[in-house]
Design a protein around this ligand. Structure first.
Ligand code: NAD
Length: 338
């Protein structure tokens, strides 16, 4: 029987998870929430998704949208909720709505690890989420760090990592954080990303720094990784090429920047021009020539989409599907990820 999934919070993440759920053969989208009329509700209606109101939404009917019920109706029908609300509201919703109904819920990276006690990246720790009631998908930056570092750690062993996150200033559709014209360092050491990685890769020693730049398309990470075993550039390229949800991109393809990666994603027909894979630049992979145990690389993170496959695998794990490789394969196929 299909897993019935409801989406609370139909924004950047929620609308993508809704589309992804609708594409899974073993899932059924119950519907999405709204608390005001907008182009998002028009899109949900055009896609045939049921729309459930939060509170009084007087501007829906005059704009030709008849809601299918309120949030309680959505919660009644769903087996699992994916909560895509802004920071802290997911935590409040667990206490207020999901726990009293014994309803399973996935929350997002704006919530703290202690909200659920389990933080998730499918290829790293799927098993920790099996049959759990509340799980947090880590942020886009943490997901990116975990995917590549997990592959490196399994092959070479990691002594320590230093990573710098060069973060986009705002999402493309966000008019509240811009216009922007500054480089803004995160004035705390380490930035929160390092401790967040350890909620998934529990034994990796990592120190992170971060800054934001006036760009909206993607984040870019630079990493320096001290390894337990010697590595070569060619072996690392092969490792990333053979790891799921990591795409090695090349100067030769003229994929030299975040802009060209997003243009490429549009050209290959990805929904919304999304690039859920972590893109590692082949020419920017380096290994120190004297000791061969210091690895350097750069990767680009599409913040709006890389956590979406994670939400799908997490739903399966929480509802008892035990085969991680099969889940990742099923999800990847629907996203067109090799
Ligand atoms: P968003 O602002 O784009 O969307 C949030 C949605 O929730 C909006 O539709 C809003 O109307 C709705 N909402 C607000 N209050 C609500 C409430 N009380 N009940 C129900 N719905 C409510 O936010 P987002 O960027 O999608 O972020 C959602 C979560 O995902 C956050 O935890 C964020 O940290 C995380 N996240 C965001 C990104 C990103 O790049 N945008 C990446 C990874 C993780």
């Amino acid at each position: 029987m299909a897993i019935k999934v409801g989406i609370v919070g139909y924004g950047t993440i929620g609308k993508r998870v809704a589309d992804a759920v609708a594409m899974q053969k073993d899932m059924k989208l119950v519907g999405v929430t709204t608390h005001s009329y907008s182009f998002n509700t028009e899109v949900a209606k055009a896609k045939g998704y049921k729309i459930f109101t939060i509170g009084d939404v007087p501007d829906l009917e005059p704009n030709g949208i008849t809601p299918d019920g309120d949030m309680n109706n959505l919660l009644d029908e769903a087996d699992v909720i994916v909560d895509g609300t802004p920071k802290d509201i997911g935590r409040e919703n667990i206490e207020k709505y999901y726990k009293p109904r014994k309803l399973k819920a996935v929350v997002q990276g704006g919530e703290k690890h202690k909200t659920t006690g389990i933080s998730f990246v499918a290829q790293c720790n799927y098993n920790e989420a099996i049959n759990k009631d509340y799980v947090r998908i880590v942020s886009c930056n943490t997901t990116g760090l975990c995917r590549t570092l997990d592959a490196v750690n399994k092959k070479y062993g990691i002594t320590s990592v230093h990573a710098t996150m060069i973060r986009r200033g705002a999402d493309p559709g966000d008019i509240y954080h811009g216009p922007i014209n500054a480089i803004v360092p995160v004035l705390e050491m380490p930035s929160h990303h390092g401790p967040d990685v350890q909620t998934v890769l529990h034994n990796v020693e990592i120190f992170t720094t971060a800054l934001s730049v006036p760009s909206t398309l993607m984040h870019l990470h630079t990493l320096t990784v001290d390894l337990k075993k010697k590595a070569s550039v060619n072996d690392v390229i092969e490792l990333f090429n053979n790891s799921t949800r990591i795409r090695v991109v090349r100067n030769a393809e003229h994929l030299r920047s975040t802009a060209e990666i997003i243009e490429f994603a549009r050209d290959i027909g990805r929904l919304r021009g999304d690039m859920p894979e972590i893109c590692v630049w082949q020419e920017a992979i380096g290994v120190t020539s004297n000791s061969h145990n210091k690895l350097l690389y750069m990767q680009a993170i599409h913040q709006e989409s890389n956590v979406i496959p994670e939400n799908i695998d997490c739903i399966r794990a929480m509802t008892g599907f035990k085969d991680v490789e099969k889940s990742i394969k099923m999800t990847n196929e629907t996203f067109g990820i090799k």
